[in-house]
Design a protein around this ligand. Structure first.
Ligand SMILES: [Cu+2]
Length: 279
């Protein structure tokens, strides 16, 4: 039994070193190196571009430049070259150092544009959410469901055990798993940005204009994001919390939310009609 426990512990430690993100929650962590664990195809693509295109190219260029610096320091040092060279042009080298960077940029651009366009083309939406940035909180609306509510950060002294500091909100968003969620983003006062790293989503919230984006979360869980446009003194205190739940749980939440966060309730409509009649 003790042996089994020990093996289990060792396995967890190894997993922790090799794949740290698999054991941690969906939020930024201390000493994080790299991206959050992905939860959408879009973010998978971004991580792929970073890990398999950008990182190898950056590493190769850095190593090559370092080699050139060290080589020229040794090969062309003053003691070895008492008379300095007077060379000013070398056509071949100039062609190479113009063409090679061009080719590198094209190699990066092709997959990069492919991913950019796939994010830009919004498939038919299953759920539509409107996110409005205010100084300093987010307001949400489900236009098709007659739901509207505000989402404020929970301050440190009100946090319950397990809730992350600066990321927990009072009213969280709920979306169904494996469904296309379209997000319409705007702002009421200044520029904000609605960003959720796990979904690969980040769009500016501009007053008087609606930006659209979308995501399809491929697993359930609670995902955190933050306003990502410097918007004033409390910029750091307007987090975004999205719960990705099963279709069943989502419908359950919808039913409750339609009562709790109803945009127009029937009594208001009746009242309005009555006033109309009296006039
Ligand atoms: Cu903001």
């Amino acid at each position: 039994m003790v042996y089994k426990n020990l093996m289990h512990k060792i396995a967890v430690y190894i997993l922790f070193i090799v794949f740290p993100s698999y054991l941690l929650a969906e939020q930024p962590r201390d000493w994080q190196f790299g991206f959050s664990k992905t939860a959408s195809k879009s973010m998978d693509d971004i991580v792929w571009l970073h890990d398999f295109i950008l990182l190898p190219i950056i590493a190769a260029i850095t190593a090559f430049v370092l080699f050139l610096v060290i080589y020229s320091c040794i090969r062309f040092r003053a003691s070895r070259n008492p008379t300095a060279s007077t060379t000013t042009h070398n056509t071949m080298i100039e062609i190479i150092w113009t063409l090679v960077p061009c080719i590198i940029l094209i190699v990066i651009a092709v997959p990069s544009f492919k991913i950019l366009y796939s994010q830009d083309k919004i498939p038919p939406a299953d759920v539509t959410i409107k996110a409005v940035g205010y100084q300093w909180y987010w307001g949400y609306e489900y236009p098709d469901e007659n739901i509207i509510f505000d989402s404020y950060m929970v301050s440190e002294e009100d946090l319950k055990p397990g809730q992350p500091r600066l990321l927990t909100v009072d009213n969280e968003l709920y979306v169904p798993v494996n469904k296309v969620v379209k997000v319409m983003i705007t702002a009421n006062d200044v520029l904000h940005a609605w960003a959720l790293p796990s979904f690969g989503v980040k769009r500016d919230a501009v007053p008087g204009r609606i930006n659209e984006t979308w995501f399809r979360a491929d697993r359930t869980g609670t995902f955190y994001g933050q306003c990502s446009e410097l918007c004033g003194i409390k910029h750091a205190f307007m987090p975004i919390t999205v719960n990705v739940v099963s279709e069943e749980d989502y419908n359950k939440w919808l039913n409750e939310a339609k009562q709790k966060f109803a945009k127009y309730d029937k009594s208001n409509i009746r009242l309005a009609k009555k006033i109309n009649l009296e006039n």
